[in-house]
Ligand binder design. Structure first.
Ligand code: BDR
Ligand code: CA
Length: 302
């Protein structure tokens, strides 16, 4: 099994990623930390708790950064709804976040792990940037960072920037400059592996998990008649099925100023950094395999 920590901003695709991570026996999810992103951190924390409670798991949830490091906060409620997780009634009984901040909980869990742990951020990287500056020793016990965010191609917020990197570009820079092994799970693949209308239809009748995800995804404004991008779920698919994803090693630099703010510049020509690389960038994915896996995974959840 792979020990992982998810740092997340649910968010509909985050909720689907948590669903997969909480229920797959090959993943050992030790901790969930939350960050402001799709909606405010108060809401992303409640949403993470709702998912954990829905599956009756006891994975701790710790609330994190309310605001990006330097940039003003802008949510994505127009995509994920005012609550961040519309379309399903989870009830009002969903427990509480632990009495420790995300950064403190990350520090404690990473240092306590008996083997290096994989970080899976699917929101902006504010908590992780603060963690690295406050507790740099955690880096010795992190195996890799499999991060949703970034793009080699066009952005989904600005011409250049993807949402998670745009939300906190300074934190994204800290992550890419960290010296740790990084897998960039960006729009280059997440916009290819669309969840099709056929997959969405089939989800509804599968079981209670399928019904829940169907409810959320039918309220998700990202996507069109071709399907919905399940951005964050691609991190979990990569961890479980790297054989369906093509990666390229390159150096990624993050821009923090001007019209390219939040852009992840992949040095595809090796023009900077003397041919050294800091990131495995996901560049291609088998979209049919993703859809098939998505349905199979959900059908296995009791
Ligand atoms: C990313 O932005 C958020 O809205 C999604 O949850 C995903 O993490 C996609 O750009
Ligand atoms: Ca997200």
């Amino acid at each position: 099994t792979t020990k992982i920590i998810m740092d997340t901003d649910p968010g509909i695709d985050d909720a689907a990623a948590l669903t997969m991570a909480l229920n797959n026996p090959e993943l050992d999810l030790k901790l969930i930390t939350t960050v402001a992103g799709n909606v405010t951190v108060d809401k992303t924390t409640i949403n993470a708790l709702k998912i954990v409670h829905f599956f009756n798991k006891d994975v701790p949830v710790a609330a994190g950064a309310k605001l990006p490091l330097l940039k003003p906060f802008e949510d994505a409620a127009r995509i994920h709804g005012e609550s961040g997780m519309p379309g399903y009634d989870f009830g009002e009984d969903y427990g509480h976040a632990i009495d420790m901040s995300a950064v403190e909980a990350l520090h404690k869990e990473i240092m306590a792990a008996d083997e290096p742990i994989t970080l899976v951020p699917t929101g902006s990287y504010t908590n992780i940037a603060i963690l690295f500056s406050q507790y740099p020793e955690v880096k010795d016990n992190i195996k890799e960072i499999v991060a949703m965010g970034g793009t080699l191609g066009k952005g989904n917020m600005t011409s250049a920037a993807e949402f998670n990197c745009f939300t906190d570009p300074h934190a994204a820079k800290v992550l890419y400059d960290s010296g740790l092994p990084i897998v960039m799970v960006g729009l280059d693949i997440t916009l290819k592996a669309l969840l099709t209308a056929d997959t969405l239809d089939k989800l509804e009748g599968l079981n209670r998990t399928g019904k829940m995800l169907h409810g959320l995804i039918t309220h998700y404004s990202d996507g069109d008649e071709n399907g919905h991008p399940m951005h964050d779920v691609n991190t979990i698919f990569y961890l479980l099925h790297p054989e369906f994803i093509t990666t390229e090693d390159m150096w990624v630099d993050v821009q923090t100023e001007g019209p390219a703010m939040g852009e992840t510049v992949g040095d595809i020509r090796g023009a900077y950094h003397d041919g050294k690389t800091n990131t495995k960038v996901c560049v291609d994915i088998d979209a049919d395999a993703f859809n098939k896996w998505f349905l199979e995974e959900v059908s296995k959840i009791k």
